[in-house]
Design a protein around this ligand. Structure first.
Ligand code: SF4
Length: 389
């Protein structure tokens, strides 16, 4: 049974960046001067407002994630104020995971030590690639040396738990480039690594250039070869794939993200942040809502009413089933067929007869009561997920 008092995750969105990368469709903004104190004040006010409500009050925090934008544009003092307030508003799981995303070039040793002192216990470093020409193509403001420095310093600051983010399938990237990126990232012995396939999102400068024929995706067979190289290289060093884009040593997966994929409750604060809360005792239905995206308007609204929600959506049963499937199947352990039946009252194949074809075609497999995508299925996961919506 899912109880309202069960643990939840807190997401804190810091929407500011030093410059806008041409492939980025996140809610990130470049401003002449980051209003750090004002924005931090709004975050604390919004969090305190939620904590007064019966449905969040007294609940246990399993994880906190500072994402962006670039959270490392905020000082350890600001991050510390949010954490201090969260301790007074919620109870904390004994093993609470507190992650902060940091971009090389925005942090030094003092920053990392400061984040650690105020309670952050996991850092995610956005290295993306160690090849200078590819960093330039991606419009990243940092250099490969700054990534190396950040990864060295994160160790020195005493962070055992950290992740390296890489991007692959970049136009102009070769298998040799990717091999070099993986080797370099692994030389820092990260317990966790994320490797994201570059996608060209609508509305971005890359999308315009793509439409004008100035940039092209890599051929599909090269992307597949890259995905296989990543899986083989990482598994040789003990980093097992546990989600489409995520690899970790046993026990070092991101608890925060696993909560998303398992359709657990999360509260998002900050400009454009999303939240989700299960609504029935069996977890069959849920409610999602989203905050105002513009940081300036977000701050105004929170100052007036303590909240900045602009969209709210109750999931209907069909949507809830689809979400459970495509979020859960992102993980290599897949979904529990028993949990599915408990939540939705039927077996997965009764909702989706295509599951039988995927099982026969080797894209899916059922082991004990778990249903999951095979290695081949994970390569074409997006085309399978389309069938759920
Ligand atoms: S640093 Fe990250 S959030 Fe900021 S613009 Fe680049 S990709 Fe987007």
């Amino acid at each position: 049974m899912v109880s309202e008092k069960e643990g939840f995750s807190l997401y804190v969105h810091i929407p500011y960046c030093v410059s806008k990368c041409p492939y980025c469709d996140f809610n990130s903004h470049v401003v002449p001067k980051i209003p750090e104190d004002e924005y931090n004040g709004a975050l604390i006010q919004e969090m305190a407002c939620y904590a007064q409500r019966e449905d969040w009050r007294g609940r246990k925090l399993k994880s906190i994630f500072f994402g962006g934008g670039t959270p490392s544009t905020f000082s350890p003092a600001s991050i510390g104020k949010i954490l201090e307030r969260s301790v007074s508003l919620f109870t904390f799981d004994r093993d609470v995971e507190i992650t902060l995303e940091a971009n090389p070039g925005t942090v030094d040793g003092a920053h990392f030590s400061g984040y650690r002192s105020c309670g952050v216990n996991r850092i995610s470093i956005g290295a993306q690639t160690f090849q200078s020409r590819l960093l330039k193509f991606l419009g990243r403001v940092h250099t490969a040396d700054e990534s190396r420095e950040a990864l060295k310093t994160v160790h020195q600051a005493g962070f055992e738990n950290f992740s390296v983010d890489l991007i692959y399938a970049i136009p102009g990237q070769s298998l040799a480039d990717l091999k070099a990126d993986l080797e370099e990232a692994l030389s820092f012995h990260p317990p966790h690594l994320s490797a994201y396939n570059l996608t060209i999102e609508e509305g971005t400068p890359f999308h315009r250039e793509y439409r004008q024929g100035k940039i092209r995706n890599l051929p599909e067979e090269e992307e597949i070869a890259m995905a296989e190289l990543i899986g083989e290289t990482l598994s040789r060093t003990g980093l097992e794939r546990y989600e489409i884009s995520n690899y970790a040593r046993p026990g070092w997966h991101s608890r925060h993200n696993v909560n998303y994929w398992r359709s657990g409750d999360y509260l998002g604060i900050g400009a454009g942040a999303h939240s989700y809360k299960q609504q029935q005792d069996n977890g069959a239905l849920g409610c999602r809502w989203q905050n105002e995206k513009s940081p300036a308007t977000y701050m105004e609204r929170v100052l007036k009413s303590g909240q900045a929600v602009v969209e709210r959506e109750q999931s209907d049963p069909a949507k809830a089933v689809a979400e459970f499937m495509f979020l859960g199947l992102r993980m290599t352990r897949g979904i529990s067929a028993q949990e599915f039946s408990r939540r939705f009252g039927k077996k997965p194949a009764e909702f989706y007869p295509q599951i039988r074809d995927w099982l026969e075609g080797g894209l899916m497999e059922q082991k004990d009561e778990r249903l999951r995508l095979t290695r081949r299925g994970l390569l074409v996961a997006n085309s399978i997920f389309v069938d759920f919506v």
